[in-house]
Design a protein around this ligand. Sequence first.
Ligand SMILES: Nc1ncnc2c1ncn2[C@@H]1O[C@H](COP(=O)(O)OP(=O)(O)OP(=O)(O)O)[C@@H](O)[C@H]1O
Length: 822
Amino acid sequence: MPAEQTNIKVVVRVRPYNKREQEQNQRCIIKVMDSSALLFDPDEEDDEFFFQGSKQQYRDISKRMNKKLSMDFDRVFDTENSNQDIFTECTAPLVDSALNGYNCSVFVYGATGAGKTFTMLGSDSCPGLTFLTMRDLFEKIEAQQDVRKFEVGVSYLEVYNEHVMNLLTKTGPLKLREDSNGVVVSGLVLTPIHSAEELLRLLELGNANRTQHPTDANAESSRSHAIFQVHIRMTDRKTGTKRTVKLSMIDLAGSERAASTKGIGMRFKEGASINKSLLALGNCINKLADGLKHIPYRDSNLTRILKDSLGGNCRTLMVANVSMSSLTYEDTYNTLKYASRAKKIRTTLRQNVLKTNMPKEFYVKKVTEVMTENERLVERNKQMEAKLLKFERDTASHNNIVSYDAQALKPWYSKIDAVYASVIKTQEYAIGIRSRIKNLSYRQTMKKDLEEYRKLLSLDQRLFQEDYVRFQSYIAKLTTQYEQHIEELPRWRTKLQDAYKDVEKLKREVRGSKHREILSIYLRSKDLEVQLSKQNINSNHLSAINMELNENSNQLRKSYRTACEVLHQTYDSLQETQKLTPEIQMLYERLLRKVRFTENEPSSTSTQDGDVLLASKEEDEERVAAGANLSGIAKKRTRLRCSTSGDHLDLELDTESYEDTDSDGGGGCTVEEEQPFKKPRNLNETRVINTATPSTAPKSTTITKSRNISHRLVADILSEQNVSGVKDKEKIKQALLKSNNFSANSLQRTVAAAALQKENLKHNSNYVRKSPRALIAKTLSGTSALTRKVTPSRLAGTIGSGAMKEAPLVRINRAASFRVKK
Ligand SMILES: Nc1ncnc2c1ncn2[C@@H]1O[C@H](COP(=O)(O)OP(=O)(O)OP(=O)(O)O)[C@@H](O)[C@H]1O
């Protein structure tokens, strides 16, 4: 509520001469200049100085000089002005202010007999300000009855010798106390009134109780300060707003000097007390006028009661009563000085809405209302919060990509990483064991073969037997290892199946999560990582097999060379000694034909399961026909068949179903009679596999570079098929590109792989390119994204171009692996 600063309104009322003053024919000391100015102690018009009969230019120096003090006030009422005039101009506006919620005070100040009581109370014929004001108040209340409900109560107090007395009940002294609403008179009971006439009766009653004693100045001098207060409680009938205001009418005791009343004894004490309170009032007025902060209101009970009227929340009118007679020269001068000082006092006005004088029930009701309103607002707040939550959820599900935040996804990534790390580790062990089993089996076979050849060639049976013992011991050691691994394998297979079950469970959780779209892509990348790991193990396994093969091949080559030399010498020797039989000659010629140079590669027939035979059918027929000793070697030819998928380890992982498809019962790698070795592939080949019929296409035995899997991985992640299923694929791509879980390099390589795949589309599924380097170089040079630093946006654009759509799976061997320029 805005506060309004306003000055105390000070008016001066000049009383006409009374009978005594008229009789003493004193001069007039106040000349009213206009409605707001007066001249104190003016020059008299006939105040001319004659000396020896002639008018002098200068004044009579034996006489006191006139003050001729010009003073301005808010209003100066002359002797002709009535109480009605003062009411109309000064207190009627205060009634309006009071009804608007402002506290108002009117106090009259002046020396004894100056007309204070006349102004405030008046007489029957000439009612004073109190009656006129109250009559006006009741008239205005009556006019507003439809709008507001009014309750009016009055009190009439007297401060006499610093005692506060209740004039209406003639009780006291009452104590003053201060609370947050100002000074309160303890035990004061308000008397309700409903009309100005009632008020008149109460005033009469109060005045009758007031302490009065005749003084020289006034036969009915009031020797106390009388404070009449009207408490008005207003209730707005529409809004229920309540206001309580206080209208105070204060008739001060005479401010004359104690000596002027010529009092002795009780009267002197009385005068001293009056002067004490008025002195305190003067001090307060002076300090308030000077704008000081500390005002000594507590110096007297009068100033305590007037605290609100002087310096508080109150619209105040001060009527300074003075006589125009020079008999009251000093008192009048003092009164006017007081009035001038009081003019400077500023009060702060605030509209009262609620006052503490309200009955307790009022506050109980108010608190109940406020609590009810509070409960309603709490309930509404809950509803609003629920709505807001729903709105946020709806928005999140509508713009699901936007709602992804790294913090929310972090725990998911950690969990997925942990589960897949376990799968990869277990798979490493399981397939590693399988690899060792196959290697051991392969080595056994090879060693047995060599031992067979050695036995055939050996002439010294004693030496052969020595070697054979060592051979047996070695084979036994291999068998033990083999059996250990065979025993271990099922345990790891079970572990791996458990790890796959964990993955399945995790996938179900992801499907139920609100981040399922981006997480399913992450899961896909992890699936491909598992495949990549498997490919790495396969690659290592094949390298080991290859090394074994090379080693054995070298040994056979050396043996073959030596055998040829022996054969040649034996043939020569037989010929020289003419012991060469036609059968031996035929056999020899057949052997020579066999080793003749041919441009064709050794014929290789792919078996249904993709294995490659090293010996041709024709060769077998010749061997049978020849019936020679060497045919025994052929008959004893051993084939190695590790599984239906050749040398690839067959602990297959279907990343969709996670079922172990290995169906050879754990002993997949067995040594069988008449089974061919698989031909190791040319390491400079790239085989294109048609992905359109993956189930029927032959499985490649090409040793692939493991990095290809990562290319496929990222290609799969960012492929149109993956991303097109979601609402905002661009945002998903951006999220992937920005994520720490996807490296820029792998994404970069993916694009190269995609380009290569696209190129491969031009060839049929069985096309084998000898060296893909030129193609890769061509592809890379045509892919600006690969020769320059790849920006996420450029990369995203490349990926989204559809180049990868329907691209076949391509495997690039080690020698042909491409290198991306960074
Ligand atoms: N404006 C006036 N017109 C006519 N008579 C007046 C006027 N003012 C005062 N009187 C008369 O002067 C006399 C003294 O006035 P009043 O009792 O009001 O003085 P007072 O200031 O109240 O004195 P005290 O402080 O001693 O009570 C009264 O008889 C009163 O009728």
